[in-house]
Write a protein that binds this ligand. Structure first.
Ligand code: IPM
Ligand code: MN
Length: 354
């Protein structure tokens, strides 16, 4: 099969972890006789430095023409410490999500049996956790009207959602629930926010189309708490953009390292796959970052975009086996031998071809 994949490494550790995902994907292509055409494109601070904007038109065109996008991370401390910066790397990510219509961000949280004691949470609380957040990604307060009043001394951001935006995300949630345990949790703040009341109303009106799905409605503050108390009580959760941003970072800790969790952003035109961690500038260029989240994102890409389940499962089995043998980067090494980012990629590629 011919696979056209846009490759956007971005900033910080992005290029290093992407390189390992490419190694692993190329090993898969060799083993299963696929032909991957990687099309490199600029994004984030790297794009600002090269062409003055974080999501150049050329990158957008490459993304539109590709079957899927593999993305590293964006962000640079030079912008974080300068609130007055007019152009920021993160704007590129937001523009990309909006322009490509990537409205559903799929963020799973699961545990690896061999890492269960690395989690800050107790074994009995997290064993068996296997949940998925569907975070709405192109609306809400991230994209609402914002500004300053009162000579700059007052600021506002607004959260807006249309029924249509909620509906298309919720339908994905119901469909996913049907493929899993048929349980769906709608996370909102309907006791306070009007947008949340529209979320609840919209999800309630869809319930009749999925009579087998048991829907629960929970407030975001309560979910934040239950997520660390009994994460294994959840299955599919749907929520708006900002709640999803915060809760998925919280959930990622359950697995033992933020460097482990993959994600997909599913859109109208194409889909994008990326690790849920950020650009981790402190580690950039040191060859120490954990590449597994990006490699597992590539596995999601093989399965979801290309329908290549056997290939995806082989990547996941190789990752499980590396963890069982403690072939891990320093975030998981516990003072034992830590492998380099590139060594993990080499080991997995070899394992896949063995
Ligand atoms: C994420 C990130 C982004 C977000 C930032 C980098 C804009 O935190 O993908 O979760 O807030 O959506
Ligand atoms: Mn985030």
């Amino acid at each position: 099969m011919k696979l056209n994949i846009a490759l956007l490494p971005g900033d910080g550790i992005g290029p290093e972890v992407i390189e390992q995902a490419v190694k692993v994907s190329d090993a898969i292509a060799k083993k299963f006789n696929h032909d991957i055409n990687w099309i490199h494109a600029l994004t984030g601070a790297a794009a600002i430095d090269a062409v003055g904007e974080p999501y150049p038109k050329e990158t957008h065109e490459i993304c539109l023409k590709s079957d899927a996008i593999l993305f590293g991370a964006v962000g640079h401390p030079r912008f974080d410490n300068d609130p007055s910066a007019k152009v920021r790397p993160e704007q590129g990510l937001l523009k990309m999500r909006k322009d490509l219509g990537l409205f559903a961000n799929v963020r799973p949280t699961f545990t690896f049996p061999s890492l269960i004691d690395k989690s800050p949470l107790k074994r009995e609380r997290i064993e068996g956790t296997n949940l998925v957040f569907l975070r709405e990604l192109t609306g809400g307060i991230y994209f609402g009207e914002r500004g300053r009043l009162d000579n700059g001394n007052t600021a506002f951001d607004t959260c807006t959602y249309s029924r249509k935006e909620i509906e298309r995300l919720a339908i994905k949630g119901f469909e996913l629930a049907m493929k899993r345990s048929k349980r769906l949790c709608c996370v909102d703040k309907a006791n306070v926010l009007e947008t949340s009341r529209l979320w609840r109303e919209t999800v309630q009106s869809l319930e009749k189309n999925y009579p087998e799905v048991k829907v629960s409605y929970e407030f975001v503050d309560a979910v934040a708490m239950r997520l660390v108390q009994w994460p294994n009580s959840y299955d599919v959760l749907i929520t708006e953009n900002l709640f999803g941003d915060i809760l998925t970072d919280e959930a990622s800790v359950i697995s033992g390292s933020m460097g482990l969790m993959p994600s997909a952003s599913v859109g109208l035109k194409t889909s994008l796959y990326e690790p849920i961690h950020g650009s981790y500038p402190q580690a950039a260029g040191k060859n120490i970052a954990n590449p597994l989240a990006t490699i597992l994102s590539a596995a999601m890409m093989f399965e979801d975009t290309f329908n290549l389940k056997e290939e995806a499962d082989l990547i996941r089995r190789a990752v499980d086996s590396s963890l069982e043998k403690s072939i891990v980067t320093e975030d998981l090494a516990d003072g034992n031998k830590a492998f380099k980012t590139s060594e993990i990629g080499d080991w997995l590629a070899k394992e896949i071809l063995s």
